[in-house]
Design a protein. Sequence first.
Length: 275
Amino acid sequence: MEPYAALAIVLRRRDIGENDRIVTLLTSEYGKIEAAARGSRKAGARAAGASEPFTELNLRIAHGRRLDVVIQWHVINAHGHLRSNLSQLARASYICEVAELFTIDHDPCPAVYDLVSGSLSALESGFIEHDGAGLDCVVRAFEVQLVEIQGYAISTRACSHCGRAISLDHLDARSPFSPMLGGVLCSACRYRASDAYSVSPDVLLTIERLKTQNLGNAADLRLDATLASEVGRCLRWFLRHRCERETKAATFLELIRHDEGLERDGDSIQYRRGD
């Protein structure tokens, strides 16, 4: 079979043997794939650049019996700054791990590719002018838009149990939210989910805004510390239910955020049936 061309982002790599690596790639044309980057572990090897996480490349890939092999590469954007600073590294690693979990092998999804590419670029450019809180807004926009693309949209305007319409414009009290059911609950369904807990109207409005937020200026959003923490907690638990586990990068990111003096998104939620 003829080699094929692909526009790809390196999500992850792992060593194999003494000289090679296997890279997990998110491609625009073929979805998520794995391929061998031969010789990429050798000192000074030109192939090393083809296996660095976050790198965006044009590739030519040869079909293999068990594993495809990268035979040509051209770096479009190395995103080198994302690997030189822990604040950016933690957030970029999280984006790539979540993207890997929410995509299926060989299932083309150009929208997810564009979202990951745009999020990494926003993190890289945003670091110059913004602190960790600003970069967190890029991550929040990525999370909300990823689940929207993949069919797990967070319900903010309709009860996630009965479908009853909910007007965000007239909410003046905290509303029950169920990560398990996928969003807000109406007053009649507040006890339908064992994991439901209360969120403020501003949380729902912020999530709604993030669904259409331009990634390029997401870092310009100004959320107060309490709101930012509550939105982060809400999304973290929503994704945990969809992934059925906590991501490794999320734990690392929480440590970095603590060092930056930011409020924790919360490892636990106090479920209060009467909220």
